[in-house]
Design a protein around this ligand. Structure first.
Ligand SMILES: Nc1nc2c(ncn2[C@@H]2O[C@H](COP(=O)(O)OP(=O)(O)OP(=O)(O)O)[C@@H](O)[C@H]2O)c(=O)[nH]1
Ligand SMILES: [Mg+2]
Length: 573
């Protein structure tokens, strides 16, 4: 018999042998008697972990989904089809036509709202289709209107049109081409008839005969066109009609394509919107198409009971690019690990992630600094707040040197502080020369500014390839269409200040003194502005020494921000 100890399954088959039980009991007693001693040893040897709201553990943070760019496609609703129907009542077996018109398609609107801070919801839906109009019905019942769609985006969204497909414009073009062709044929036929008449007159003169009466009158001519033949797919016959009936039946000319009156409120193509304010009402982007005509529209004396109706128009399709540029009053710019997120936590209720490694923050955080403590006693005098009760601060991922060469996370995140009224440069006093860090940050900001102004110029010179129909936008198709450039003040012209953090650490005083001396020189004009621009902002260059981790010195920040916001708005007006 094999030894039970050597078998792998023995512990499963005989979980407790007598000797094991005894050993387990002795082990448990030994652990219990030594527990207080072990605990004592542990509490004395382990390093003290002091966490607080400003020095949280890396897992203590709140984050929300964030998307700042996306491409969406919009399909405005198509119109419903017209209806072929006739009155049928007692004693009226062949009544007049009473088919209803098709309903118009749903419209698509856009609205910038304050409560959204990201485009992720819009990006997830991606395809926005408004409802199609209902078909017309008998007894002159019009089709139902298609359902509208409102796309809600955060304030600060920039909308650009990438492409569009407008079926009504195509219809218009075909209609005018048809009309031109018909006029040409008519003219040719008139000329031919006139020539024939002249020939007949000549022949009669030679023969010495009297001119026939019909030649004396205006010459008659026939235009050989098959009306409506080209666009048979736009017609609907009575229910049950087969294809050969459609191909052989005589149809009138197609009515001129029409748009809903709302289409006049659409923004001009190509769409370029900067939704930098919350909108009370949604803005129309694409109006739904009109429905088809019911058969009463085609009733004539010669044809009192038309057996055809038209189909509804196709809806406008748009491809749009949305880009969110957050709108905050203050934008924090700093190297990675400088302490931006800790500073944001110190001045606001933000729960931005803090960690002792670079690139802790991977997406922008917005914090709101409340100026009134809501206890009946404003924290700042009315002459300081100027009616403001709060301001917002945007904390973005850190920038590293040569970020404009796509190092680190690149420069893209700077667009979230591009429209901030005030820039705050956060410098770590314990991480080497603060002046050098400030210059490096300004270099990156300038590179970003250069890039974005070039992008704006390129965009404003965009040429529209696709021209909407002439009737709605009477523009010269050969002339390039210039978009007005997006007006943004240069970043170097914004008021800015410096927050020198980690001032609680040893040996940071000298660094701070050098930084302050440098900023005094820049303000006095003795040193070049770190952006390199001559007309850059240097009215007052404040530098605040703070220890964000202890919440020391941060109480001055709102006051400085309010002053600079004030100066900035005075400069802007
Ligand atoms: N001693 C001291 N440490 C600080 C202070 N402020 C921040 N720190 C520490 O510095 C480290 C980085 O802080 P973060 O706030 O995450 O820095 P950040 O600039 O947001 O970093 P990224 O998001 O990576 O760009 C953390 O370990 C903080 O605890 C300060 O005032 N004093
Ligand atoms: Mg951070």
């Amino acid at each position: 018999m094999p030894c039970p100890n050597l078998n792998t399954l023995t512990p499963f088959l005989y979980p407790f042998s007598e000797s094991d039980l005894l050993a387990a009991y002795r082990f448990a007693r030994r652990i219990a008697s030594s527990a207080p001693r072990r605990l004592h040893r542990y509490t004395h040897t382990a390093p003290a972990i002091v966490t607080s709201r400003l020095n949280p553990t890396p897992d203590n943070y709140a984050t929300t989904p964030f998307t700042d760019r996306c491409t969406i496609s919009l399909h405005a609703g198509s119109g419903g089809n017209g209806c072929v129907s006739f009155v049928r009542e007692k004693f009226i077996s062949e009544g007049p036509p009473n088919g209803g018109d098709g309903g118009s398609g749903g419209n698509i609107y856009i609205q910038a709202i304050r409560n959204e801070t990201s485009l992720h919801k819009v990006a997830r839906i991606r395809d926005f289709r408004a409802g199609r109009g209902g078909h017309g019905q008998g007894s002159s019942k019009g089709g139902q209107r298609g359902e509208d769609i409102v796309i809600q985006v955060p304030v600060g969204t920039v909308v650009r049109e990438l492409s569009r497909w407008d079926p009504v414009a195509v219809e218009e073009e075909l209609f005018w081409e048809d009309l031109k062709e018909k006029r040409r044929l008519k003219k040719e036929a008139a000329i031919a008839a006139a020539e024939a008449a002249a020939e007949a007159a000549e022949a009669a003169k030679l023969a010495g005969e009297e001119l026939p009466e019909e030649v004396k009158d205006t010459p008659t001519f026939e235009v050989e066109t098959i009306p409506g033949a080209k666009r048979r797919e736009k017609w609907l016959l009575y229910p049950g009609a087969n294809l050969s009936t459609l191909l052989t039946s005589e149809l009138p000319d197609l009515p001129r394509p029409e748009r809903s009156s709302l289409a006049a409120m659409e923004p001009r193509s190509p769409i370029r919107l900067d939704l930098d304010e919350p909108m009370e009402r949604p803005l129309l982007l694409a109006a739904g198409a009109l429905g088809g005509h019911g058969n009463p529209h085609f009733a004539k004396k010669e044809m009192p009971r038309p057996k055809f109706a038209t189909k509804g128009n196709g809806g406008l399709r748009l491809m749009l690019h949305l880009e969110l540029k957050l709108l905050a009053d203050v934008g924090l710019v700093g190297l990675p690990n400088a302490g931006k997120s800790t500073l944001l936590r110190a001045v606001s209720n933000s729960r931005a992630r803090v960690g002792s490694w670079a690139f802790t923050t991977l997406q922008p955080n917005i914090g709101t600094v409340v100026l009134d403590d809501f206890k009946g006693r404003p924290r700042f005098d009315a002459h300081v707040t100027k009616g403001r009760t709060k301001f917002t601060i945007a904390d973005i991922p850190g920038l590293i040197e040569d970020a404009h060469l796509d190092k680190g996370l690149g420069l893209d995140f700077l667009r979230h502080v591009e429209r901030a009224a005030v820039l705050a440069f956060v410098l770590d006093l314990s991480a080497g020369d603060a002046v050098a860090a400030l210059k490096a940050l300004w270099r990156e900001v300038s590179a970003f500014e250069q890039r974005s102004s070039k992008e704006r110029l390129d965009e404003s010179a965009a040429i529209v390839d696709w021209q909407p129909l002439d009737a709605i936008a009477p523009i010269d198709p050969d002339a390039p269409f210039e978009l007005p450039p997006l007006e943004l003040p240069p970043m170097s012209g914004k008021p800015w200040f410096v927050v020198a953090t980690k001032a609680d650490l040893e040996g940071t005083q000298d660094n701070f003194a050098r930084l302050q001396a440098y900023l005094n020189d820049v303000a006095a004009g003795a040193q070049e502005h770190p952006s390199g621009h001559e007309d850059a902002w240097k009215e007052v260059l404040r530098v605040l020494p703070v220890s964000a981790i202890q919440g020391a010195g941060v109480e001055q920040l709102p006051e400085v921000v309010l002053e600079l916001l004030d100066r900035g708005s005075a400069q802007g007006t």
